[in-house]
Ligand binder design. Sequence first.
Ligand code: ZN
Length: 293
Amino acid sequence: MFSRRWRNLIGLIVFVLPLVAGCELLSHFTRNNQEHTEKEPLTGAPGKHSFRLGQFIFLADFEIRKDHPLFKDLGSLREQVNRELRLPSSQREVWVYLFEDKARYEKFMQTKYRDLPIRRAFFVVQPRRLGGAEDLNVYTYLGDNIHQDLRHELTHALLHCSLKNVPIWLDEGLAEYFELPTSQQGVNVKHVEHMHQMNAKFDLVRLEKLQDVHQMTSVEYRESWAWVHMMLRTTPQAKQALLNYLHDLRNNPNLPALRPRLVNAIPSVSPELAVQSHLGELGRQALRNTNVR
Ligand SMILES: [Zn+2]
């Protein structure tokens, strides 16, 4: 069951086919539809209906309402991310599989990606079995968080379209920053409150050593977000350090750590003190907004 809020996203669900039929339908669909290029079929994934939104191709087993406000917002995400991070735009296709419920999504993910932790949504760079380019796939299901989750995963996809590599902490920090509605300017009030309550500590050296998705708990997600927010929203020098790093990641997948660049960019204060003080300011802002309401 999906919430009432997201029911409007769906047109008529014609009928439900056995999961195994999915790949046949997808093959059939891609052969007969000139809208997008051929793709390796994905057994068990939705594929009866699809539509393209720029470089994003949404696939589902229900009819998708293309005029839903969700898609208008997602249509502007690419420009927002590329403009703010000064990334070149890419036409590389991103395949977005929308499952109609959590059970089908989890069954698929547990079958295909046994080693991944359980999350509401995933971005996966999928090597093709027959060789050639990799597919960029996003998986999620209709639920209350679908808008935020899609913004998060599609941010990962956009980064991977332009960059040769993205360190995992930075990948998650940027996705957490852009997952919020544009009007929030990247401020995640829940993260701010949580970090204050937990008296969060900051350690970019530790964060930059993380290599594996399993090492990223909610603590690391929040800390990564705070670093990104500090760099993008405090001083032009801190922002430039991040933009230069991203620029270099366009050609070099093995860059050394970002922290020394940040030390050079803001020499008057340690990066850890800068992010701590930025979080304090965000906390005071959140408090003022609460009092005003
Ligand atoms: Zn993520």
